[in-house]
Design a protein around this ligand. Structure first.
Ligand code: FAD
Length: 317
């Protein structure tokens, strides 16, 4: 296999876990892996992609590329594809990844497969497995010949760590005014240290918690675990919790390693946002609550008794 290009997404100068997954995926495919990174990122952070399998990092550190300028990223990536002669581009499935992948596919005339959960099977074509309907089904697609863009689903790949260090090369894409036609003028971060869509652990509460005054124990458990907090739709509708915490079909879709649902019934619209989680735990006082059918582990009990015991257990561990 020839050269593979990886778009390595970063926030505040740090590569996202999903970018390290994308680099690991490309390295597993074999061939020379070159990552492309944009904006203000320190040398040691750039080199660290070598630990995940990148041989080289092309770094476009121009200040103008700090701001999530999608069109500019797509143009720059198209130029990197040409410069490296790459036939395959790998990136992570994310809102930024989605926006860039479609533009890049149009620019370089590539086939695009999103939400990919398997390495390509090249025994008969170039077949990758995609997750669809929030992980309820999978579809195999043959990407056939020509250039290909693969957007890898979060948590689908184990991060490779082989102690390597990447060579960093400065990259100066040729960008014009039209690449900066849309500019982000202000970015407001949601409250909390851990962003819900990115979180590896989530503690989520529902109407069973009775009122906003009872969220201290949810926050304490989340704090002890290093988890983000989420909630069901009615909880955010009633203003008990901010809207950005609302998980489900009409809210944030999460894919953490562990999702703990406390006092949430398990309506299909809520499950649509969480069923890509690796392990689901439900805590509910009603043994007939639908969540127990979807959960890997269930605790039938009163949240006001169970959660303080969990907090003590986590503190003691
Ligand atoms: P309830 O259904 O009221 O469940 C509360 C649960 O808490 C019950 O199971 C109860 O047994 C348990 N409980 C009560 N007391 C305790 C206690 N002391 N200890 C332990 N357990 C206790 N919902 C979403 O969450 N996300 C969405 O994106 C979403 N989108 C929707 C879109 C549409 C078009 C529609 C129609 C609905 C949508 N909903 C969504 C709403 C969804 O159908 C449910 O109404 C909602 O998820 C229920 O929230 P809940 O589980 O917190 O509340």
């Amino acid at each position: 296999m020839s050269s593979i290009l990886v778009f390595a997404e970063s926030t505040d100068g740090k590569f996202k876990k999903t970018s390290r997954e994308a680099v690991s995926y490309a390295a597993e495919m074999g061939g020379d892996v070159t990552a492309v990174a944009f904006g203000d990122i320190e040398q040691s952070e750039l080199e660290s992609l070598g630990n995940n399998g990148a041989g080289k990092v092309l770094h476009a550190g121009d200040d103008k590329l700090n701001q999530g300028v999608i069109q500019a990223y797509a143009t720059a990536l198209a130029q990197a594809v040409e410069q490296t002669g790459s036939e395959i581009v790998v990136m992570s499935k994310s809102s930024l990844g989605d926006a860039i992948a479609a533009r890049l596919a149009a620019k370089i005339g590539a086939a695009l497969a999103g939400n990919v959960v398997s390495l390509p099977d090249t025994s008969n074509g170039f077949v990758v497995k995609r997750s669809i309907y929030t992980n309820k089904a999978f579809v195999n697609v043959d990407m056939k010949e020509g250039k290909k863009i693969i957007a890898v689903k979060k948590n689908a790949v184990a991060i490779k760590e082989d102690g390597g260090s990447a060579t960093v090369e400065s990259f100066s894409p040729d960008l014009g005014d039209s690449d900066f036609a849309v500019k982000i003028t202000k970015t407001e971060k949601a409250e909390g240290d851990i962003l819900l869509p990115e979180a590896d652990l989530v503690v989520s509460g529902g109407r069973g918690l009775k009122g906003p005054e009872n969220w201290d124990m949810i926050e304490e458990l989340a704090g002890e675990l290093g988890a983000a907090t989420g909630c069901s739709k009615p909880v955010s509708d009633m203003g008990w919790r901010p809207h950005h915490e609302h998980v489900g079909q009409t809210g944030v879709k999460v894919a953490p390693s562990l999702y703990i649902a406390i006092g949430i019934s398990g309506a299909i619209q809520h499950l649509a946002g969480v069923n890509a989680s690796k392990v689901l735990v439900a805590i509910n006082k009603d043994p007939e609550a639908p969540f127990f059918k979807a959960a890997d582990y269930g605790i039938v009990g009163d949240a006001f008794e169970v959660v303080p015991k969990l907090i003590d257990a986590v503190k003691a561990s």
